[in-house]
Design a protein. Structure first.
Length: 114
């Protein structure tokens, strides 16, 4: 099975080498999405903002920081990300590969938040 489909990081993935800056413009959205860790586990979240490198969302359940998840992004499909933080019900994830916001079907407003 493909590592991305299983929610596991690629074998050659090194967080120190693959670190991506958070300086990209963000698209402010308010959209429901599905977050999955495996074929049998998923949770409905509310994505608050998205950038080519990651997303911030409201999540009703605790997620393991450092875990790999799949986020269903309209227009792109399932996108692999690593959970980077969670404070209360808010959580943030970093995409393992940058996404194209022009292909993302979420409608929102661009901001220059860091």
């Amino acid at each position: 099975m493909d590592a991305r489909a299983s929610g596991s990081p690629p074998e050659d993935y090194d967080p120190a080498i693959n670190y991506k800056s958070r300086r990209a413009s963000r698209l402010t959205v308010d959209e429901a999405a599905r977050l999955s860790r495996s074929a049998t586990y998923h949770v409905e979240i509310n994505v608050r903002n998205v950038s080519p490198c990651g997303f911030m969302a409201e999540c009703p359940e605790a997620v393991s920081i450092g875990s790999y998840v799949l986020l269903d992004v309209p227009g792109l499909g399932r996108v692999q990300a690593q959970v980077r933080w969670q404070v209360g019900s808010r959580m943030g994830g970093m995409f393992t590969d940058p996404i194209s916001l022009s292909r993302c079907e979420w409608v929102g407003e661009k901001t220059d938040e860091a």
